[in-house]
Design a protein around this ligand. Structure first.
Ligand SMILES: O=P(O)(O)OC[C@H]1O[C@H](OP(=O)(O)OP(=O)(O)O)[C@H](O)[C@@H]1O
Ligand SMILES: Nc1nc2[nH]cnc2c(=O)[nH]1
Length: 183
């Protein structure tokens, strides 16, 4: 199925049933890894909201949840300037932290997020991301422990991810059709 958002054309790549299945498995892994550890799950807004909601329904161990937003001082989202995390309400010192992202693409956002969380001296930080684009990564991370799907280096929308503010409410994930594939 194809959709168009502001002149860009996308085709369905991952449907919600696949997403739900994958999330159930990640939930089991997290429940085992963090049993009796009282972890803090930190969702990085806005894109994570759907993933976080579905993932947290699979978490049956004692845990806390918080959401943050990465803010650039110049108001852009280019992630080139020093950023700050806004919204964090929990003291992370000595805590087991799981950062929940919708997508790790270049890794720029994650790098900043991890630096800002590390400054709070948690006991550990691991990363759980629904999507990972290995071919686009510009940094190496040793703690991306939970990945929903590795995808190609194509722009995706849906299930929380937007194009120009649109498409976040689509339950499935769509990837942009490259110009040469449009037919
Ligand atoms: O690995 P990167 O290349 O840094 O890209 C990944 C980031 O991009 C998206 O956030 P975005 O800045 O679009 O904000 P949003 O979550 O509010 O849509 C996504 O939620 C990640 O945080
Ligand atoms: N919507 C969307 N946001 C992103 N942020 C980083 N990569 C992407 C992507 O492929 N799609």
């Amino acid at each position: 199925m194809k959709i168009t958002i502001n002149q860009r054309v996308f085709e369905r790549a991952i449907d919600y049933n696949q997403i739900k299945k994958r999330i159930r498995l990640i939930g089991i892994q997290l429940n085992v890894a963090y049993e009796n550890q009282y972890p803090v799950f930190i969702g990085v807004l806005n894109g994570c909201f759907m993933f976080m909601a579905d993932l947290m329904k699979q978490i049956h161990i004692t845990s806390e949840i918080s959401f943050v937003k990465l803010a650039s001082y110049d108001g852009s989202n280019r992630r080139e300037h020093v950023d700050e995390l806004i919204g964090l309400e929990i003291d992370l010192k000595g805590r087991e932290v799981v950062v929940v992202e919708d997508i790790v693409d270049t890794g720029n956002s994650l790098k900043h997020t991890l630096e800002l969380i590390e400054a709070q001296k948690p006991a550990s930080i691991s990363v759980c991301t629904l999507l990972l684009k290995p071919a686009a990564l510009r940094h190496s991370f040793s703690n991306i422990a939970y990945v929903g799907f590795e995808i190609s280096d194509d722009f995706v929308v849906g299930y929380g991810l937007d194009y120009q503010g649109l498409g976040r409410t689509l339950p499935d994930i769509y990837k942009e059709i490259r110009t040469e594939d449009k037919g």
